[in-house]
Design a protein around this ligand. Structure first.
Ligand code: B1M
Length: 213
């Protein structure tokens, strides 16, 4: 079986046993980011579709997520690190009520490999905790991630909260349930500071590069 299919199946089947070995083999043909962005994310896409269609149960989705995390952890040391000084800082979190963190952690990897300092607060973070971490820091932005539809509502509420408390720090929003339209219409109208939509980790990087200049 071609290595691309093998790796994709490792993710779909939640098979951690051979994933490092298979990633190692794929590195002979692809860069670590190509492996993540094409092969591994393709596998997660299938998992999401099967779960959404009721063909896959939650414990198996969790195993796929674990396989994905193992692969990313294996690949991270092979990624090119572009800068050793800090270009800027971001406070990053998955919002309240949401446990999805694979995308957020990818954002952390891409930003930190490109010279940004990332304070990753983890999952299920209420806005009060995010703000508490931001206060007294010299962060250039707050990044919020969330994959559930209800997380998009939470993000908007967070922006309202930040407005009420007088904050105007730039905010980057990302996650599968968000749309550019929602961020540009609803969120930007809500918040006094700048709000950006990042479709993926690379768009997040581009935004941070713009903010740090
Ligand atoms: Co969940 N889940 N899940 N899940 N899960 C989704 C999101 C879902 C779409 C699946 C489906 O139904 N097809 C669905 C949401 C439906 C909705 O809200 N309408 C769903 C559901 C329903 C749930 C539960 C409610 C299920 C249940 O309990 N009955 C539950 C939620 C619990 C909770 O949060 N309170 C749940 C649980 C889980 C697991 C724990 C099993 C596991 C998560 C494990 C983990 O993250 N540690 C899981 C998984 C794996 C998924 C799917 C299959 C895959 C998500 C993923 O990791 N994708 C997902 C299906 C899908 O998304 N299509 C699904 C890969 C990842 C790299 O992509 O995070 O989107 P993503 O990140 C992208 C971009 O979005 C962007 O960059 C990344 C790429 O570069 N990005 C940012 C993300 N954050 C960013 C921040 C930025 C910038 C870019 O700047 C700040």
């Amino acid at each position: 079986m071609p290595i691309e299919d093998k790796l994709k199946l490792d993710i779909i089947d939640g098979e951690k046993q051979y994933i490092a070995e298979d990633c190692q083999e794929a590195l002979q043909k692809y860069s670590p980011l190509q492996i993540i962005n094409t092969i591994l994310l393709d596998g997660m896409k299938v998992v999401g579709e099967r779960f959404g269609a009721g063909e896959m149960q939650l414990p198996f989705v969790l195993e796929s997520a674990e396989a994905m995390k193992t692969a990313v952890k294996f690949l991270e040391p092979f990624m090119e690190k572009k800068s050793s000084y800090s270009k800027g800082k971001i406070i990053l979190a998955t919002v309240k009520g949401d446990v999805h963190d694979i995308g957020k952690n990818l954002v952390e990897i891409i930003l930190s490999n490109n010279g940004f300092e990332v304070v990753n607060l983890g999952i299920k973070q209420p806005i009060e905790s995010i703000i508490e971490k931001y206060r007294g820091s010299d962060a250039d932005a707050i990044g919020m991630s969330g994959l559930l539809v209800k997380s998009t509502v939470i993000m908007k509420e967070n922006l309202e909260y930040m407005n009420d408390k007088g904050f105007s720090i730039p905010v980057i929003l990302g996650g599968a349930a968000l749309t550019r339209e929602f961020v540009e219409n609803e969120c930007q109208a809500t918040y006094k500071g700048a709000v950006f939509y990042a479709f993926d980790a690379f768009e997040g990087l581009k935004i941070m590069e713009g903010l740090a200049n």
